[in-house]
Design a protein around this ligand. Sequence first.
Ligand code: GRF
Length: 213
Amino acid sequence: MKRIVVLISGNGSNLQAIIDACKLKKINGTLSAVFSNKADAFGLERARVAGIPAHALTASQFADRAAFDRELIQEINAYAPDLVVLAGYMRILSPEFVARYSGRLINIHPSLLPKYPGLNTHRQVLENGDEEHGTSVHFVTDELDGGPVILQAKIPVFEGDDEDEITARVQHQEHAIYPLVVSWFMEGRLEMRGNSAWLDGKELPKQGYAAEE
Ligand code: GRF
């Protein structure tokens, strides 16, 4: 069975969706361990409840980003993962980390990339009066939120929406698409070639997989 390691920093609702999908065998893989850069992340509790080893590393105990990531790599490698999943991991990765897991490192970002890389995406959507918003699952490369998109989900933005409402609407979609992408990877259907994502031997368009109308 292929192995998955998940990195989190907070609530871990996407982690929960992946835990549930593994339990329901919608993902054909084992969630081997969860790591957090915050000891009080609620996601660690979710992992423990599910009987998954849960670890926290504290940045202040390391000289710099490279040293932190070197330790993280060592601890992750003890689980020999096939896939490393970033699920609300709010820490910039060192180039060494990205290179180490290149092609088997994915992230979920709450915007329709390439729109709004970085932080505060929901606020920017509201400030700009966008009528459409969403979330993207992508392979991770050295460019922040810039790696090839695998799958996006769109949501409408209604007049009078506040940040909490669109966050919840986006997260509802995330909990559906992230486990799906993980399952594709576990089944060997998904890979990164160069700067593109490929599914079932076909190069995906820039906005990721698009179901036929
Ligand atoms: C998600 O909205 C994800 O897009 C972003 O951080 C959030 C994490 O939420 N990267 P959770 O910790 O999975 O609940």
